[in-house]
Design a protein around this ligand. Structure first.
Ligand code: PHE
Length: 446
């Protein structure tokens, strides 16, 4: 397959597209509940450190490979491996990334479906006048209803795959342009409300005053996995977007902008959600339902709360939509590379993801007690292993490939930050990111 000639329309469009991939459930849904389960500030500190030391440099590595190859991840890796005189087996990294995004998308679609349900319920005014206990019970009742969940999961996948089938670059830019500022605005409104609750001070202390004695190897592993997940790094998904990156754009500058936007969304969401948690006496370790229980309570207290809540879920849906499009893209590009038409590839991926997603749907009802490994049911497994093991392993291999295997002149051009910038990046990846990932992976596995 030849080099793709498609490009994002501008530098801004590229940054928006990558931000769209990064900002999603990871920031607003996963970050608060995983921080809640791992003790707060110490976890947050580790996560930010991992974003800076691992996520950012490896994000650059990943986009570089796509930009230099200008093909699907598998073919870009193969092409660059050939140019470097390295083994063609590097292309299997693209395949491994495909498995990772496949598994992530399967649950991502189910949880995004929850946002569809909540969008509809808030527009209907279902939360008006509900007590916190009723809101919690309503969420449990929804989880116990596989039919409603399947309906929303199906709808969300249809939304995603129809955009992917039409070709990524079309339309995403406008969507991101509209969504990101609105999402920020609404989060700021929420934080403003949070500041008036009596849980605000406790929430800030809990998020920003770390107690390092709470750190265990497992907490470190969770933080590392989350840094990769939230930045969309380690699954070759950003590699697929890198293939469309315009010439003459500094990659480090783009990556730093994305990471800053991404972390800010998580922090704002965290402050808002934990203020509600502490003012209502909710358990921070409540789990995956945390956001769905706290936000309706928070908005119910605001004037026109129902309207705000509906808008919030609409924006969340847009954010998860742009992320899931990114998750689907490498699989579709890969299948196109072996001769399928784009529409066929999107349909095939959609059906397969839908089927596996059903296992997550039923993990809250008939399959709840079916434990696969280490006492985890399917949903617990699929939200843990691909994120916390596959993404770091994929990121590690991406980093090794970009910093040790790729020919220097090609990498230098793809990074587009001058020889000095390249040297700094390579030193960080070689001597910080790679060893750090290895140490964390081995220490938890042992
Ligand atoms: N970054 C996305 C989020 O935070 C999830 C994602 C992971 C997207 C991996 C693409 C690849 O929701």
């Amino acid at each position: 397959m030849h080099e793709t000639l498609e490009r994002w329309g501008s530098q801004r469009a590229f940054i928006l597209a990558v931000t769209g991939a990064a900002v999603g459930l990871g920031n607003i849904w996963r970050f608060p509940y995983i921080t809640g389960e791992n003790g707060g500030a110490a976890f947050l500190l580790l996560y930010v450190a991992f974003v800076a030391l691992l996520g950012l440099p490896v994000m650059m590595a990943e986009i570089m490979i796509g930009r230099a190859g200008r093909r699907s991840p598998m073919q870009s890796l193969l092409q660059l491996a050939n140019q470097a005189g390295a083994t063609p087996h590097w292309r299997w990294l693209g395949w491994f990334g495909g498995v990772t995004v496949f598994l992530i998308l399967s649950f991502y679609s189910v949880v995004s479906g929850w946002s569809i349900e909540y969008l509809v319920e808030s527009v209907n005014g279902d939360f008006v006048g509900s007590t916190p206990a009723e809101i919690g019970a309503g969420f449990d009742a929804f989880l116990a209803d596989p039919l409603r969940m399947t309906f929303n999961h199906t709808l969300f996948l249809l939304l995603t795959m129809s955009v992917v089938a039409a070709g990524v670059a079309n339309g995403l830019e406008k969507l991101n342009n509209l969504m990101m500022p609105l999402l920020y605005l609404l989060l700021l409104v929420l934080v403003g409300y949070a500041a008036t609750t009596d849980g605000f001070g406790t929430a800030l202390a809990w998020l920003f005053r770390p107690d390092l004695s709470a750190v265990t190897p497992l907490v470190v592993m969770h933080a590392m996995g989350h840094a990769f997940f939230t930045l969309a790094v380690g699954a070759c998904a950003l590699m697929a977007y890198g293939a469309y990156m315009p010439d003459h754009q500094s990659l480090p500058r783009a990556a730093v902008a994305v990471a800053a936007l991404d972390v800010t969304v998580a922090l704002l969401a965290g402050i808002a959600i934990f203020s509600v948690v502490f003012s209502q006496g909710i358990d921070p370790g409540e789990g995956p339902g945390l956001m769905f229980v706290t936000l309706p309570i928070a908005f119910a207290e605001l004037p026109w709360g129902q309207l705000w809540l509906g808008l919030f879920f609409l924006l969340l849906l847009m954010a998860t939509w742009t992320s899931s499009i990114n998750l689907a893209e490498p699989m579709v590009a890969g299948l196109q590379g072996v001769g399928l038409k784009r529409g066929q590839a999107a349909a095939l991926v959609g059906v397969a993801v839908w089927l596996v997603g059903l296992l997550s749907v039923f993990s809250f009802s008939s399959l709840a007690e079916v434990h696969w490994i280490a006492g985890m049911n399917f949903f617990e497994l699929v939200t843990t292993v691909p994120t916390e093991l596959f993404l770091p392993v994929g990121g590690l291999l991406i980093a090794i490939f970009a910093a040790w295997v790729m020919p220097r002149d090609i990498a230098l051009r793809a990074l587009d930050a001058g020889p000095a910038g390249y040297r700094v990046w390579r030193t960080v990846v070689r001597y910080v990111s790679i060893p750090l990932t290895l140490v964390v992976l081995f220490s938890t596995l042992i």
